[in-house]
Design a protein around this ligand. Structure first.
Ligand SMILES: C[S@@+](CC[C@H](N)C(=O)[O-])C[C@H]1O[C@@H](n2cnc3c(N)ncnc32)[C@H](O)[C@@H]1O
Length: 212
C-alpha cells in the first residue's frame, strides 16, 4: 500500500493499518498487485471510509470517476448491495478488462456497469442523479470533474474525492498542474453554496462533500 508523506504521522498510520481487518483473497491480491506495479489505489483504510459513507446514506446508485483496476469499485459495489448499481469508468480498456475479471471473482459483477472513456464525458451519457460520486481522476482535472459531478448528486448525497491533500503539496510548494488542480478543487468545494464539505486527513486526504 502506498505510504504518504507529511499528512499523518508514519507511526500513527502504521498503527491504523495494523488495526484493519483482513480483506478477502481478491482485495488482498489487488492490494499486492497495486503495491508491486505502483497502481495508485485508495487502499483499505480509505476504502472503509468510502464504504461506511455509502452505507450511511443508503447509496444505491454510484458513479465512479477513475476506477483503474476496480479496487475502490468493489468496495462501493459491496456497499450498495444487491440490486444496487455502480458505474465503473476509466480511460484504459486494459484496466477495464482486468477490473471485469476481479469483479467476477469478487461476486459483484452483476451490479457494476463498465464504461471506458473520459469519466467527465461518460457522466453525460447517463440520465438521473446519483447517491454518491467518487472522484479519483487525474488531479489537474479535479476542477472540471467537480463541475461535472456536483450537479449530478441528489440532495443528501455525497461527492467523495481522494487525494485532497496531494501528499501535502497543496499546503506547501508546488505550482504544477496537479497541485493547482487539487487546490482549485478544494477552493470550489468549500465555497460552494450547494455543498457542505470536509477534508478528512486520512492517508492522502479524502474530501467528503454533502449535497444540501
Ligand atoms: C488513482 S487511479 C484510480 C484508483 C481507483 N479509484 C482505486 O482506488 O482503486 C486513477 C485512474 O483514473 C484513470 N483516469 C484519470 N483521469 C481519467 C478521466 N478523466 N477519465 C477516465 N479515467 C481517468 C487513470 O487512467 C487511472 O486508471
Amino acid at each position: 500500500m502506498r505510504r504518504m508523506n507529511g499528512i499523518t504521522d508514519k507511526d500513527v498510520e502504521r498503527y491504523m493499518d495494523e488495526l484493519l481487518p483482513a480483506r478477502d483473497d481478491v482485495l488482498r491480491e489487488m492490494e499486492e498487485r497495486a503495491e508491486r506495479e505502483s497502481i495508485p489505489i485508495i487502499g483499505p483504510a480509505v476504502a472503509r471510509v468510502l464504504y461506511q459513507y455509502a452505507r450511511l446514506i443508503g447509496a444505491r446508485r454510484v458513479f465512479e470517476m477513475g476506477s483503474a483496476i476496480g479496487y475502490s469499485t468493489i468496495w462501493l459495489a459491496r456497499a450498495v448491495g444487491e440490486g444496487g448499481k455502480v458505474y465503473y469508468t476509466d480511460g484504459s480498456r486494459r484496466n477495464a478488462d482486468d477490473a471485469r475479471a476481479y469483479f467476477e471473482r469478487a461476486g459483484v459483477a452483476d451490479r457494476i456497469e463498465i464504461l471506458v472513456g473520459d469519466s467527465r464525458d461518460l457522466i453525460d451519457t447517463l440520465e438521473g442523479e446519483f447517491d454518491l460520486i467518487f472522484n479519483d481522476v487525474d488531479k489537474h482535472q479535479y476542477p472540471d470533474a467537480f463541475r461535472k459531478a456536483a450537479p449530478r448528486i441528489r440532495s443528501g448525497g455525497l461527492l467523495v474525492t481522494d487525494n485532497a491533500l496531494w501528499y501535502g503539496r497543496v499546503a506547501r510548494e508546488g505550482t504544477d498542474p496537479d497541485t493547482e488542480g487539487v487546490r482549485e478543487f478544494n477552493r470550489l468545494i468549500y465555497s460552494s453554496d450547494d455543498l457542505y464539505s470536509v477534508i478528512l486527513p486520512i492517508r492522502d486526504g479524502l474530501a467528503v462533500c454533502l449535497k444540501r
